[in-house]
Ligand binder design. Structure first.
Ligand SMILES: [Zn+2]
Length: 243
């Protein structure tokens, strides 16, 4: 049976994945207020589901997905008028957590470790972990990025968007559309409005836009996984490669 979830393997199964040069995806999310209309797990739910669907779609490459990092760097949401539900890690706590998880993966023989981020506040830290791991831990081939910055996503998002001009925003057109697709029972469109703690227009969201966004992201992610496994993105001195 092909397995894609790290947590489901037995200890006897890891070596075969490492020997096959498996790509290991570490989804990185947040626990953060997303307006009055979305659950606080929005970023974590989006990124974990995207990672699992991309992994399912790449059935000819060995690949494992770790459980998502559910808290991120969100101090700007803790200081908002309505931070309720937000749990933010400290800057160094967050960086050290990602470092230790990647080092643990690498210790078992994996050399293609990919952070996949779903929260804007994490972006710069996730991107810079590649250099930190190389210089401080001697671990190469770490690649980190944020899903809406994947190849071709800017154009796809401009095409999908009606009100937010392709801008991911926060709890707005895109995230609300994705949640209407992924967790519709947890979305309350009656209170979806451009309010404090929301950046963009959630009222224009739809399940159809969520499906277009989701499919575009998975397609792009599949391409990156294939190229990464084939040896691209390995210039270890480039702290954040343009893709
Ligand atoms: Zn979000």
């Amino acid at each position: 049976m092909r397995k894609i979830l790290w947590e489901q393997l037995k200890r006897t199964e890891f070596k075969q994945y490492a020997d096959a040069d498996a790509v290991v995806i570490i989804p990185v999310g947040a626990m953060e207020q997303h307006g009055n209309h979305l659950p606080v797990n929005t970023d974590t739910n989006c990124i974990y589901t995207l990672a699992k669907c991309a992994a399912d779609a790449v059935d000819d490459i060995p690949l494992l997905v770790l459980p998502p990092v559910w808290a991120g760097y969100s101090p700007h949401h803790m200081s908002m008028e309505h931070p309720e539900g937000t749990i933010s890690l400290g800057y160094h706590t967050f960086a050290n957590l990602l470092t230790d998880i990647a080092a643990g993966v690498h210790a078992h023989g994996f050399r293609r470790v990919m952070f996949l981020n779903g929260h804007g506040g994490n972006t710069a830290i996730v991107a810079s972990i590649r250099l930190k791991l190389l210089e401080e831990k001697g671990i190469p081939s770490i690649y980190g990025f944020t899903y809406w910055e994947l190849p071709d996503m800017a154009g796809a998002m401009r095409d999908i968007s009606e009100t937010d001009k392709g801008f991911i925003g926060h709890a707005a057109e895109f995230e609300t559309s994705l949640q209407l697709l992924l967790q519709p029972d947890l979305v309350d469109m009656e209170v979806a409005e451009w309010d404090t703690g929301v950046a963009g227009n959630p009222a224009s969201a739809s399940r159809e836009k969520g499906k277009l966004m989701f499919d575009a992201t998975v397609n792009s992610l599949v391409g990156v996984i294939r190229r990464y496994h084939a040896g691209e993105y390995e210039d270890a001195r480039v702290w954040r490669k343009t893709i």
